[in-house]
Design a protein around this ligand. Structure first.
Ligand SMILES: Cc1cc2nc3c(=O)[nH]c(=O)nc-3n(C[C@H](O)[C@H](O)[C@H](O)COP(=O)(O)O)c2cc1C
Length: 363
């Protein structure tokens, strides 16, 4: 079966479109995003062909796991950074103005998302530049496999840490035994809690695509390759899951999730965090932009990443580890926006599904 859900990963995909804005949106679509929901909507300015607007797609919120839509906002930022990187390659400086019509009314969040753009993007003509960051946008953003035990070199650490240029947003990197143990412990504790909350597991299972037909139909959500299943095992596992969906729901899904987290934690040479002083919508979006910069720069340094978000999640069952973790790693009332593994991969990881770029464009 033709894998239409893979088409956006082709370097020829974006160039099919004459409108430079659509071409850049096709790059944004490749960014890391919470639950692979791809919650982006884009409005092209009708009168100015150099302007477009990004909106958070409120129909794609994952309410249970992300009740304050914080990951949703980070996901707006990951998109914007990919747009900026592709802009350089295409010969545009992208002027990104965040919340140009004002920030959200938290009491009417969905309505705010529907009416207020997260960003206005204006394209300014520049010299096209080949950059390794652009090439990296075509690589998988998330590697959930075993990482090599080798620590990051001091050059790698300083390259990554230097990426935060914003006041109030910092990158922390831990690779000493005590912190690896402590952070790994929180990752396990929080995954175990999450695995026991049926409504959260159901939310994830509802977007699991068991086979090629489902992946082509939906083109967002999770699939077996996200856990690193590829080659001959992929059709076998997909066939089994199609016939026996219970292999990946209920207690089986919870067990798989805990086991996968165990493997991740036991094979992680370093953890990194994006920590912010405030937790405004603007800062959340900026954190997402920084996360994309980290992922792309990581690729150029031979490093891969995987967020482990459970301990940062704001639903009631997570309250105790969430509060402890925040006190330990974001003192002075700050917020840990992203926690992620970093290391050298032991193997490549397959690309994940993406929707058609034109689905993102709204009138
Ligand atoms: C805010 C945010 C939170 C995420 N949390 C997790 C997580 O807890 N565990 C995980 O394995 N991946 C996590 N991811 C990665 C996404 O699942 C991934 O980006 C998405 O499925 C698309 O796959 P790709 O990154 O390989 O293109 C997160 C990504 C973002 C942007």
């Amino acid at each position: 079966m033709k894998q239409t859900y893979m088409e956006p990963w082709s370097k020829e995909y974006a160039v099919k479109y004459a409108d430079p804005r659509v071409r850049l949106v096709a790059s944004g679509l490749l960014a890391a995003n919470g639950h692979n929901m791809q919650p982006w909507k884009v409005r092209l300015d009708k009168t100015d062909p150099t302007v477009f607007y990004l909106y958070a797609d409120s129909s794609r919120i994952t309410n249970e796991v992300d009740p304050y839509a914080r990951q949703m906002m980070i996901t707006q930022g990951t998109f914007l950074e990919y747009v900026a990187v592709a802009g350089k390659k295409e010969g545009w400086d992208t002027e990104i103005s965040l919340f140009p019509d004002g920030t959200y009314d938290e009491k009417n969040l969905v309505r705010s998302m529907d009416t207020l753009p997260v960003a206005k993007i204006t394209l300014l003509k520049a010299q096209p530049q080949d950059t390794p960051l652009y090439d990296a946008t075509f690589l998988p953003d998330t590697n959930r496999a075993v990482y090599q035990s080798e620590k990051l070199s001091s050059a790698q650490v300083s390259s990554l840490k230097s990426l935060s240029s914003q006041n109030g947003i910092s990158i922390k990197l831990y690779q000493d035994g005590a912190n690896l143990k402590k952070i790994g412990g929180y990752a396990m504790q929080s995954a175990t809690i999450e695995a026991g909350v049926a409504r959260i597991m159901d939310e994830s299972n509802a977007i699991f695509r068991a086979n090629e037909a489902q992946k082509n139909q939906y083109r967002y959500g999770f699939s077996v390759e996200g856990q690193g299943t590829s080659g001959l095992m992929k059709p076998i596992l997909q066939g089994l899951l199609t016939v026996f969906p219970s292999m990946n729901t209920g207690s089986a899904a919870s067990r798989n999730f805990i086991n996968n987290t165990r493997t991740s934690v036991d094979n992680t040479p370093a953890y990194a965090m994006i920590v912010t002083l405030d937790n405004s919508r603007l800062t959340q979006v900026e954190s997402g932009m920084l996360y994309s910069r980290l992922v792309l720069t990581g690729h150029t340094l031979g490093l891969v990443m995987q967020p482990l978000s459970q301990v940062l999640e704001e639903y009631p069952e997570m309250k105790t580890p969430y509060t402890e973790f925040k006190q330990l790693y974001a003192s002075n009332g700050g917020t840990v926006q992203m926690l992620f593994r970093v290391g050298k991969p032991t193997k490549g990881t397959p690309l994940s599904m993406r929707r058609d770029v034109m689905e993102l464009i709204v009138k």
